[in-house]
Write a protein of this length. Structure first.
Length: 350
């Protein structure tokens, strides 16, 4: 391990035992070794990022003191920055600086009003223990035969996700032998393309790349040929494009659908890796005792590992399952010592 990765790993080491358990079980299921330091810290190393404090490693997310604690506000896109005056106004503050305005509000108020404007934000800690990493539904039928299912090596994976968590899930399944095709919209390419080129190549190494006009109906045709779908969209957005998770699973036994969201498919709040980690309470303490970020968008790679493990388990037991993977839930699993063993999966509605 490089000195850079070693330094980053030291900062999060106290939380990694549950993730290491999940990684070991993925290896047991697939034969693919999982190098957690590379998965968690390669992007930071390639980008030359420093260990974060109260500003995230990527620079877009800030931990801000509120009237009752702390909140993370992630200005990840130009539209988010443009919406800051509106957020200050919603908080009813006479101040013009966001850091001053949030001091007059509770963390929940800051997060709620930011989310109304489409800004990813979270109060520190409330997601802990509130949601498991993976919830499982079975709208489809299991693949017949003994043993129940098959491994990723016999599967065609269609990856509709972007950025980090979903593509990392696809990478791990690809290393296990799956045939992976990454699908992007002609009008909305993966934002990760504009980050570290080396990291993007590593994440998608060996995958087929397909760009489609989603309005043409071609997306539904590509999905129809998949055994596994990975996506990170609001369910209604895909339905408008003619893609339905439940119909996909019911159409052929043994299929698996991996839906990655910030807080669950029943929750429209958006999230990125840094704010999802804060929502889960996955933070460190600075020298002054105040919270600081851990890792680089830590909930992203953590979620990718949980999602790949859940997909491999589902295939092994015959599939037919909708796997609802929550980024905040995955991050919380590293904080909550009560989550053990099989990736915290619970068979309940998403």
């Amino acid at each position: 391990m490089s000195a850079v990765r070693d330094q980053w790993a030291e900062s999060v080491e106290p939380f990694l035992a549950p993730l290491a358990d999940v990684a070991r079980d993925f290896t047991r299921l697939t034969g693919v070794p999982v190098d957690l330091p590379t998965l968690l810290f390669l992007r930071a190393e390639l980008a030359g990022r420093s260990l974060p404090g109260q500003t995230s490693a990527g620079g877009s997310c800030r931990l801000l003191r509120t009237a009752d604690g702390w909140a993370a506000v992630n200005l990840a896109r130009p539209d988010d920055t443009a919406a800051v005056p509106a957020l200050v106004a919603l908080l009813g503050s006479p101040e013009t600086e966001l850091s001053d305005a949030v001091r007059r509000a509770t963390g929940a108020e800051v997060a709620r009003n930011a989310q109304l404007l489409g800004i990813a934000a979270a109060a520190l800690g409330p997601a802990r223990r509130s949601r498991p990493p993976v919830r499982v539904r079975r709208p489809g039928a299991r693949r017949p035969g003994q043993p129940y299912g098959r491994g990723p090596g016999a599967s065609r994976v269609v990856d509709l996700s972007a950025l980090w968590a979903g593509p990392l899930c696809a990478r791990l399944l690809g290393l296990a032998g799956a045939d992976v095709v990454k699908v992007e919209s002609t009008t909305r390419p993966d934002g990760a393309r504009f980050g570290s080129p080396g990291f993007y190549r590593w994440l998608h190494d060996g995958h087929e790349s397909l760009t489609l006009d989603f309005s043409s109906g071609a997306l539904a045709e590509v999905v129809a040929g998949a055994d596994v779908v990975i996506e990170a969209s609001r369910p209604r957005a895909l339905r408008r494009l003619g893609v339905h998770a439940e119909r996909f699973l019911a159409a052929r036994p043994g299929r698996v659908w991996v839906g990655i969201t910030g807080y669950g498919r029943d929750d429209d709040r958006i999230a990125f890796g840094d704010d999802a980690a804060v929502a889960a309470g996955l933070t460190g303490l600075g020298a002054d005792g105040d919270p600081v970020f851990l890792g680089d968008a830590l909930a992203d790679p953590v979620t990718g590992v949980f999602a790949a493990h859940a997909a491999a388990r589902s295939l092994a037991r015959g599939g037919g399952e909708l796997l609802c993977v929550s980024m905040a839930g995955c991050a919380a699993a590293l904080v909550d010592s009560g989550v053990r063993g099989t990736a915290g999966e619970r068979p309940r509605p998403c």
